[in-house]
Structures are given as C-alpha cells and as structure tokens.
Design a protein around this ligand. Sequence first.
Ligand code: GAL
Length: 422
Amino acid sequence: MRSSLRRSLAMMLVACPLLSTAAGGEVEVLHFWTSGGEAGAVAKLKATLRNDGHTWKDFVIAGGGGGQAMVLLKSRVLSGNPPTAAQIKGASIPEWARTGTLSSIEGVAAAEKWDRLLPKIVSDTMKHKGVYVAAPLNVHRVNWLWVNASALRKANARFPATWEEFFAVADAMKKAGIAPIAYGGQSWLDLGAFESVALGVGGPDFYRKAFMELDPSALNSPQMEKTLETYRRIKSYIGRNAVGGDWVRGTSMLIKGEAGMQLMGDWAKAEIQAAGMKPGIDVLCGATPGSANAFTFNIDSFAMFQVSGENRAAQNDLARAVMSKDFQETFNLAKGSIPVRMDVKMDKFDECAQRSSQDFSKSAKRGALLPSLAHGMAQPSQTVAAIWDVISQFWNQDRMTAAEAMAKLTQAAKAHAAAPPK
Ligand code: GAL
C-alpha cells in the first residue's frame, strides 16, 4: 500500500513538469543582444515568457548591429526551420513579409488595441498589407552623443552643440591626455556616425532627401561634401581605437574616462547603467552636434515567423508580452531606449530617456522624426548595404575624395531607386 502510494507520488512528480511543458510552447527568438546591458534587458523578456509557462530558446548571434544575424536567419528560413520570432528592423519587415514566411499577429494586436497605443509611423512599420506581422519593443534614438563628465571637466570644456565645438572639445581632451573619441572596428559604426554627421551638417530636410528619397541633388551637393569632410575629420581623433574591437569596448573606454566622447545610440546607456554610472551625471547625454531639433529613430521589433501548435499560442503570448505596459517600462529602463507605447509614464526613467521622449514628440510635430539609415529603418537592406559600402570605402581609403564618394553614392542610389516598392 505504502509502496504503491510512493509510486503514484513519484509518477505525479514526473508528470507535473511534463504537464506544464505541454501546456506551454517554445519561443525561439533570434536576437543579437549580447553585451552586458543588452543581455540584462532581454533577461526581463525571458522571465516574462517563462512566467507565462513557455520555454525560451535563445538564437543569439553576437556582433551588435545585426548584420551577421540576418545572414544566419536567411539560412534557417531557407532550410524550412524558422525561429518563432526574429529581431528584424523596419524596412526589412516588408521584405520578409513578401517571402510569405511571416505570420499574422493581428488577433493580439486588435484585441490589445495596438493601433491606438502606437504612433502611426511605428504601427505602419509593423504591418504588411494592413496586418501586424511584427511587435515593437522600444524606440532607440541614434543621434546621441555621450560625454564622460570628468573628461569634460579635465578638458575644461562644455558639451559641444555644433561640429566646430565638437572638434574644439576633442582638441582640448587630446591636450588633457584623454583619447577624444571612442570608436570601434565594426563597420556598422561607420554608417551610424555618418548619418549623425549628415543630420547635423545638413539638417532634417537634407537627411530626408539624401537617405529617404535618395535624391541625387542631395547625394551630390555642397552639404554632402561638407558632411563627408566633417566625417573624415573624426577619424583623425580616433587613432588606435578605430582598429578592431566593438562598440561595447568603445563604451567601456568612455565609462572609464579613457575616452572622452562617443557617437552612439542610447543602447550605450544600458552599458553605462550596468557599470554603475549615472547617465546624465557621470556620462552626459546630448543630441549629436547640430541635431538637437531632430530625432533619428531605431525601433527594435520582433517579426513573427510561421509556427504551429502550442508554439503558435506561445508566439501570441510573446507579442502580447512585449507590448504590455509593464514590460515596456521594465525592458526599456534596462535597455536604454524609451517605450514605444504612448501611454507609459516616464517618471521612473532618467533624464536622458525623458529628454528622448520629449524630443521624439517635438520632432514628430515639426516633421523631424527620421528613420535611421544605418539601423535599417530608412531603406531596404540592399540599398543600405550599397550606401554603407561607399561610406566604408570613404572611411577606410584616405585617398578617396569627397567628389568620388558622392559620385559613387549617386550611382548606388540610382541602382537601388529602381528596387521594388515596400
Ligand atoms: C542596434 C539595435 C540595438 C542595439 C545595437 C547594438 O541595431 O537596435 O538594440 O542592440 O544595435 O547591438
């Protein structure tokens, strides 16, 4: 009798976890959040999904920026084995949707009233033919400049508002024995810095014409020439830290005060916080020179692939979770970005995030809310790759002139302007 009781208890213990696994599904998510701050933020999502009874499987590709991740995603999808969701950016969402491999999450979106909660520019990006196929997590601002406060004091300088001031601060830091600019060897950093220079030098209209409309009169113009010259000037302040290493190493130099400034989106803030420093106090934030009135946005989103059975339910839960009010707050507090939902209060957020949120709204009103080219929000991936190639050549080949670069940019844009519409 006793032994049969023991047997049934043992069976229950074995059966219980099986039951809960059977009730839940698996979410396999491709992302490239591997730095300390990024991993800390994604841990919040894993915990949420596990609480819903699902199993989280990481499909994680190191490298930042996501270039390598997209290559591996393609091979998985082509072999008929897609993940549940993948971190895919704005202009690439319709590219993927056209392959017929994405799945609709319209049911969740309609029930949770996403259309009312999201700025239209965001909800449009998450849809294909009017149907939600991706869920947004956040809004990152790309045109941020981070300055180590103690390096700035040592250089006896003020936070730069223009590119001329930026170079003056860089000179002062150099004199004070501090490497002025933290950089890194990842090529996506080149395009990110370039678009911020273009925005500051040419302003929002120039940015729009050049990178959104691919207008030859902007791609080959005195403003573009000045942009390229200003961009190249940055290189002379970088020295050895331009070679090798990733953006995280650059941010770590900034945090330690080994470097004074970094041009980087607000994912850098996650690293600053994770290192126990206070954003806005120990490391100052401000718009990149000349761009205080504009906002280049980079929205992280999960595009959903076709899955079946209990994994489909898990996918819906993933979509619901990333857009929930609580998650939008917790995740973005850790990630450095701001909530994409318009109804999340900002009182728990630091000064940099509050400014980002205000600038997002102000820029939206004045038509200066601009999709980031470097982070795949402004153009389809092939167009970005073609422009990126020219900018990387210009950055790496000191003998290439601005006129040559402009001719190549115009050529690349011409070839891609004919690409199929979104
Ligand atoms: C961006 C991404 C951010 C951040 C960054 C560095 O493309 O949107 O979330 O992770 O790359 O990896």
